[in-house]
Design a protein around this ligand. Structure first.
Ligand code: SF4
Length: 429
């Protein structure tokens, strides 16, 4: 018998209560109405797949490559686009734009993987892929001087190490990336010759970790950790695996977004040997998420690697609450957990990408409660001078007093008074 008319069923709900529930659900739907109206108009990679395939064929013609080359990440690295004339055969560029790119490249290096170039909308200057990959004169004209936002001189106790916290640290293994993102916070490292750091320096970094029993978590990054060969990565992970107090290894790589072909069965066989491994990547816009990225994530998951996403809040790219909501939904769809949204640092050459902290708060306000908790990342403002990541969230707690009375507001804006327990420390006195 259906639960609808069965008053003995624990799931029985009287019709008048159902009516109240339906009205309530309707009010909640109205709260996301603006998103529902625009969500299908926000460009997304799964829908743009046919256009990407056309671009791929054009790029293969320009670079004289084949379909099988396209599947090979080494071909993409070897044929990374660094020449304005070649770029102009792929994207419609005016003579002025070509001149600007050339001028900006005297200050900042640029490079785009053929794969990432295939995601560019060739005529649209608002294309989020174009903005992240093609240099603009605004970089060159930004002379705000913050030479070392990581304050690396005070945070590197051993070669290649950045240490900002008590129980975890970074080993920087390379400055190579598949693409040099225009908003990169490591612009100054990237703007040098390509370097995979030598074994003796990495050995010294691993020895430092071995000598610090409090370190339980190491992040291998660069540049891009997956710019290393499978063998070199295997060696580093194996050496780290010999350190008894090290509980987890993390990899920092943007290749899921910029060169998903790098995620091969061979690489995954290496990663599978060294669990637990977490990989944090950086998707910044739903256009970057498509069947290629999904295939790459599937391979990683089969190898037991857990994938999280760290977006950078980028003005005019993802600083819109609905675009960010679409992004986190698309991430979950391919089984990537939204982890952080970083604000853009005050670094020379990226000022035009910087959105305000208030913009970030508006995005967070529009996520928490308005969508699955699993889709809600933490908004992080990186404190100056290497003082660490600071989570910033809308204020839900309005007041808390000694007598256990707590005043807060819900995600939907209702103010509630809550009778809490007396805090333990206080009741003991
Ligand atoms: S992949 Fe990361 S490190 Fe490399 S250029 Fe892009 S943001 Fe910078």
């Amino acid at each position: 018998m259906s639960v609808a008319g069965n008053t003995d069923s624990p799931m029985y709900v009287p019709e008048e209560n159902r009516k109240i529930a339906r009205e309530r659900a309707g009010r909640h739907v109205e709260m996301i109405r603006d998103y529902l109206e625009v969500r299908d108009r926000i460009p997304a990679g799964f829908k743009l797949w046919d256009r990407f395939q056309e671009s791929k064929l054009r790029i293969l013609r320009v670079l004289n490559g084949t379909e099988s080359d396209w599947k090979d990440y080494r071909w993409h690295l070897k044929h990374a686009i660094t020449d304005t004339k070649i770029l102009a055969e792929i994207v419609d560029l005016s003579p002025r734009e070509m001149q600007d790119i050339t001028q900006t490249s005297t200050q900042y290096r640029w490079q785009i993987s053929p794969y990432y170039a295939s995601l560019i909308d060739p005529q649209n200057r608002d294309c989020p892929i174009f903005k992240q990959s093609v240099p603009t004169i605004l970089e060159y004209l930004d002379t705000e001087e913050i030479p070392d936002p990581y304050a690396i001189v005070y945070n590197s106790p051993a070669p290649l190490i950045t240490r900002l916290y008590a129980d975890r640290l970074i080993i920087n293994v390379t400055n190579i990336c598949a693409m040099f993102c225009r908003h990169c916070l490591r612009k100054k490292d990237i703007s040098q010759a390509d370097m995979i750091y030598p074994r003796e320096d990495i050995r010294a970094a691993i020895d430092y970790v071995a000598g610090c029993p409090e370190i339980r978590d190491v992040l291998i990054t660069g540049g891009d950790a997956l710019a290393l060969s499978d063998d070199y990565l295997d060696w580093i992970l194996a050496e780290l695996g010999k350190i008894p107090h090290l509980e987890i290894k993390r990899l920092g790589s943007r290749m899921l977004a910029t060169l998903p072909q790098r995620i091969t069965p061979d690489l995954c066989a290496v990663l599978k040997k060294h669990k637990p491994i977490y990989l944090n990547t950086q998707f910044n816009h739903p256009v970057e998420i498509n069947p290629d990225s999904e295939r790459a994530v599937d391979l990683l998951i089969q190898a037991g690697v857990l994938v999280g996403n760290q977006s950078v809040l980028l003005k005019g790219i993802n600083s819109d609450k609905n675009v960010m909501k679409k992004l986190v939904h698309e991430l979950l769809r391919i089984r990537v957990r939204p982890y952080y949204i970083f604000n853009c640092k005050k670094l020379q050459g990226i000022r035009h990408f910087r959105a305000s902290i208030q913009d970030g708060l508006n995005i967070m306000e529009n996520l928490r409660g308005y969508t699955s908790g699993l889709a809600v990342p933490t908004f992080i403002v990186t404190a100056p001078e290497g003082k660490g990541k600071t989570p910033i969230a809308p204020a839900y707690l309005l007041n808390i007093n000694r007598n256990g009375k707590v005043l807060f507001r819900t995600w939907a804006g209702q103010v509630c008074e809550y009778e809490d327990e007396i805090p333990e420390q206080q009741s003991a006195h």
